[in-house]
Design a protein around this ligand. Structure first.
Ligand code: GTP
Ligand code: MG
Length: 407
């Protein structure tokens, strides 16, 4: 009897609660249609829901940022819903000239990009090294892992020999010790003593001149644009030379980069003589007392002699103003060993002084950094870690290796 009573009571309560919920649900559903007309009718306004205040905490105009960066701008207008709700302020807020972020510590900030694609190398090596018995087969697997990551034959053999020797001397080994050994040997292979400064200053009283070369689509124009941003962020005035005259779009592309940071672009007619545009760009830079002239060149296959000769001519003509301070070869990291062949040919035609390795965000073949430096004896100075305007970082061997193997 009591049981039946209890069940009945429970049922009554349940029905009451459910209908209550339905009603409150209906109430909720009925509310929104009444709201929009009374609030913001603009297309740009976020949905007029109670969490506007929460959304206001994320600055909408900002490009995507990493966790570390977000902590930096403490004085940014946080949580001022009124300002964000006002569409008139939000719309034209795009500044005419952007202020790029500083380069210091960029590699560390962007390291997640590397770690994501390159963990396989670091983890693979550490797993192999942690095996109970480091027998011949294991060492061979270690070698294979390095070769697959494009480290190159000679550096791979060197690394494995050195590791074998050190592991043998060490006797017992903990994972930490092994990680330490691997880190040291990888850093050594990257030749940490090399000068990786991008030389943008002339020893004389004229602008520093930097020329950017490489095969098609490696990221020359993007890198030139990113570099211009870095220089402007450092307070330098920059003139861009669009010495890619194959396509009108190439000069437009460069000019767009320049306009974003207030750098002027010297350009000529489509199909014009790239050497004379490069010459004019430097002349212009001198005339207006600019700090740096950056010359973007057309992508050219290293196998086309005519085009490579033309590049040599561009260099010689520019040098009538004075020596070039930096010639950067841009290599696409995803092309692997083919990059080495390109590097060799370009080095013969123009004296490469630095390498920019782009698209390292999209490859597990980061070992190419080691191989290409070895091959040319020229340091990797910059690395591209994405398509974003500030996704270019100074290359630092220690930070790079840490990103490879994790710390
Ligand atoms: N993921 C990624 N993409 C990049 C990077 N650098 C450049 N790119 C992309 O690569 C493509 C080609 O870049 P460009 O700068 O036009 O290459 P380019 O060498 O000037 O090309 P050509 O002038 O045609 O020879 C673009 O879509 C860039 O956004 C990078 O570091 N990472
Ligand atoms: Mg280009």
């Amino acid at each position: 009897m009591e049981l039946i009573l209890a069940v009945v009571i429970a049922l009554v309560v349940a029905v009451a609660v459910t209908s209550g919920l339905v009603i409150s649900g209906r109430k909720k559903k009925q509310l929104p249609p009444a709201e929009p007309p009374s609030t913001t009718p603009t297309i740009t306004a976020p949905p007029a829901e109670p969490h506007v205040g929460e959304e206001a905490e994320t600055p909408r105009e900002e490009p995507r940022r990493t966790v570390e960066e977000v902590t930096l701008p403490a004085d940014e207008a946080v949580g001022t819903p009124v300002a964000v709700e006002d569409p008139v302020v939000a719309e034209p807020a795009a500044p005419e000239i952007e202020i790029p972020e500083p380069t210091a510590g960029r590699l560390v900030r962007l390291r997640a990009r590397l770690a994501r694609s390159q963990n396989s190398l670091g983890k693979g090596l550490l797993t192999l090294l942690s095996r109970e018995h480091l027998d011949e087969d294991t060492w061979e697997e270690i070698e294979e892992t390095l070769l697959t990551a494009d480290v190159g034959v000679a550096p791979t053999q060197e690394l494995v020999e050195r590791l074998r020797e050190r592991v043998r001397v060490l006797g017992t080994r903990t994972p930490d010790e092994l990680r330490g050994l691997l880190r040291e040997e990888l850093v050594t292979l990257l030749d940490p003593e090399l000068d990786r400064t991008v030389h943008t200053e002339s020893p004389t009283d004229v602008p520093g001149v930097v020329m950017v070369v490489g095969v098609n689509g490696t990221g020359k124009t993007t890198t030139t644009g990113k570099l211009a941003r870095v220089l402007v962020a450092d307070g330098k005035s920059v003139v861009l030379g669009a010495a890619d005259t194959f396509r009108a779009a190439a000069a437009d592309q460069l000019q767009t980069w320049g306009e974003r940071v207030g750098a002027r672009t010297v350009r000529g007619p489509e199909g014009g003589d790239p050497a004379s545009i490069a010459f004019d760009a430097v002349k212009e830079g001198i005339a207006e007392g600019a700090d740096v002239v950056l010359i973007d060149t057309a992508g050219r296959l290293h196998t086309k002699t005519g085009l490579m000769d033309e590049l040599g001519k561009v260099k010689r003509v520019v040098e009538k103003h004075g020596p070039l301070d930096e010639i950067l070869l841009v290599l696409d990291a995803t092309t692997g060993q083919n990059g080495l062949t390109q590097a060799r040919v370009f080095a013969e035609v123009v004296d490469i002084t630095g390498i920019v390795l782009t698209k390292l965000d999209g490859t597990a073949k980061g070992g190419i950094v080691i191989a290409v430096q070895r091959e040319l004896g020229v340091p990797v100075k910059l690395i591209g870690l994405g398509e974003g305007p500030d996704d270019l970082a100074p290359f630092e061997p220690g930070a790079f290796v840490d990103a490879l193997i994790g710390d």
